[in-house]
Each structure stands twice: as C-alpha cells, then as structure tokens.
Design a protein around this ligand. Structure first.
Ligand code: PPE
Length: 313
C-alpha cells in the first residue's frame, strides 16, 4: 500500500496529498492521455540528491511534445526546481518521484486539445522494485506472449500512461505464470524490453542491448549503464537481439529507475549463466550505487542536491 506523504505539487502550488484528485470525466481517464516520469532521490552523506533530474524532466517534456501536450506554463528549469522543492517539503531522505502531465476536465471526445493540461508532482518511499533479494540473487522471468507496442502505433520514445496497458498485460501474464517479470519482443520478434525495464545481455565479456528502434523506452538508467560500462572497459553495443541469445547469455540484467540494476537468473525456466548475479552486473551495480549513494565522487554531475528549505512555499 502506498504510504502517503504530506504534499503534492499541482500546477505550481503545493496541495495536501488527499486533495490531489481529478474528476472521473477528465480526458485522461477515458482516453489515457497522460505522460509521466519516474525519478529516484537517494540519501547521500551530503543530504538527499535526485538522480539525473534534468534528463528526466527533458524526457517528460519530449513525451508531452509527441502528444501535443507541451503547452503548459512551466519551463524545464522550473519543473526541476519544483521537484527538488517537493522532496524538501515532504522531508524525505530518499524517495521515488512521479511527475505526471495529463489532459484534465473540460470536453469529452478523443480530441482533448481544448482540455487543460495539468501537471502534478508527487513522491513517496519506494523500496526494491523486483523484491529485496533480487539485487543479489537475480529474478526468474519469462518471454511474454504479448508483443511490445509496435512502431507507429504508440510511440515507444514517449513515456505515456497508455503504453503501460501493454506493460500491464506483460506483467500480469508473467505473475500469473509464477515469474517476477516478462520480457517483451518487438513487432519483428526481436528482444525489446521488460514491462518497466530495459534489458542488457552479456556474452564473452561484451554487453548488447536492443536499440531505440526495437520499441524500447530510452531509459535513463540504460544510458547510465552504458556510460559506466564504458568506464569499466566493458564494450557495449546497441543491436538487434534475437530471442535465443537470451538463453545462451552469460548474464542478463534489467535496468530502470525503479528496478535500478536487477540481475536475471532464469528466463523461461532456462538458467542464465551460473543462475545468479554475474560479475558484470555486480561490477555495474557497485559503481552505480557508489555514485548514487555518494560514496564515490559524482563525476558526471548526475546528482541534484535537495535544498534544506524549499525555494517556494
Ligand atoms: N522501459 C520501460 C517500459 C519502463 O517503464 C522503464 C522505467 C524503463 C524502460 C527504464 O527507464 P529509466 O527509468 O529511465 O531507466 N519504468 C519506470 C516505471 C516503473 C513503474 O512500475 O511505475 C521506472 O522504473 O521508474
């Protein structure tokens, strides 16, 4: 159950958590017209810090633009400042942040362009996405019978609420069959991504990950993994991944804001590598957590410090 925090930001103002309500006939409810983000704030010795904040804000504005929803009154800088203030006013040392842009209440009908575009920012404490043991032990997953959203249907580059109807089908089927997560294939039958994660495959010391053209969300953790792998001297290529490469991989792991870096120990009940976290996933996790937890220098400027007192009331 979601643990409420004090405040939610709505269109420039902080309101009480319980007041962040929408009308049932808001455009978003019938037609799925929302775009959103998921961002983590980590506890560091210097105080709470938000991971890759400008990149998340930019992706949300990009998502809104794709759906002609970008006519709201806030600049990326203002949104980033509001997000930092949000964490500050809720007095959290670490949390998950969910910005949402949605078409609100006004007209009914598919064309929502006359409806208001409302912007909300919320945060709460969120633990390990795929279970507490997942980080060290790895998770058991399946290849989904559902195909990932196809090119030129729902745009995969946009992080839109509607995309998560496809994700829900993938996730629910996986759970129904006793797995933690499902991996979707794209329209051509190549590996795409998990219901809420990007995927990486390791073989012979090299990493491959599906390209943007394989209906994947351009994950910010995905970009982080690619950067950190480069620093560790591990080659990474973005290329089309045939399903069967999953089964013969030395390691497979997920990346995502919620999932962070989660190893996969079996796919369709076929053991991956040694059946537990492999050395490359472990090295990447170590580097990732050292940076986000502030025990190693933030050499890429990925952390934005949360102010002790918010800049707005
Ligand atoms: N693909 C999908 C489909 C996806 O939802 C996510 C994030 C990613 C890849 C990884 O992207 P990034 O977070 O930028 O590294 N999924 C978010 C939603 C999870 C949820 O259940 O809600 C997340 O991880 O925050």
């Amino acid at each position: 159950m979601l643990k409420a925090t004090e405040k939610i930001w709505r269109n420039g103002q902080f309101i009480a958590w319980d007041d962040a309500k929408i009308h049932v006939l808001s455009h978003v409810v019938s037609y799925g017209s929302s775009v959103f983000e998921g961002i983590r704030c980590y506890e560091t010795p210097a105080g709470p810090a938000v991971f890759r904040l400008p990149e998340h804000v930019r992706r949300m504005v990009d998502s809104a633009k794709i759906y002609r929803m970008d006519k709201f009154a806030f600049s990326q800088q203002e949104l980033a400042t509001a997000i930092l203030d949000l964490v500050s006013v809720n007095h959290l040392s670490s949390c998950y942040i969910r910005p949402i842009v949605l078409r609100g209440y006004g007209e009914m009908g598919v064309n929502g362009q006359k409806n208001p575009v409302d912007v909300y920012l919320a945060c709460w404490e969120w633990g390990k996405y795929l279970g507490d043991d997942a980080m060290a032990d790895g998770v058991d997953v399946c290849v989904s019978s559902w195909t990932r959203i196809a090119p030129n249907t729902l745009p995969a580059l946009a992080k839109a609420g509607a995309n998560y109807m496809n994700s829900q089908l993938i996730k629910m089927e996986a759970i129904a069959n006793g797995y933690s997560e499902g991996i979707a294939l794209d329209k051509a039958g190549y590996v795409s991504e998990g219901s809420g994660e990007n995927i990486f495959i390791v073989r012979d010391g090299k990493i491959v990950t599906p390209p943007a053209g394989a209906s994947v969300l351009p994950g910010i953790t995905r970009d982080t993994v690619i950067t950190l792998a480069g620093d560790l001297g591990i080659p990474v290529v973005e290329q089309v991944v045939p399903r069967e490469l999953l089964y013969v991989a030395d390691e497979v792991f997920f990346s995502g804001t919620a999932a962070e870096i989660t190893p996969i120990r079996s796919i369709d009940r076929i053991t991956i590598g040694e059946g537990r976290r492999g050395p490359i996933a472990e090295a990447l996790q170590k580097e990732f957590f050292a940076i986000v937890n502030g025990t190693k220098p933030d050499r890429y400027g990925w952390l934005s410090a949360v102010p002790v007192t918010a800049s707005v009331a």
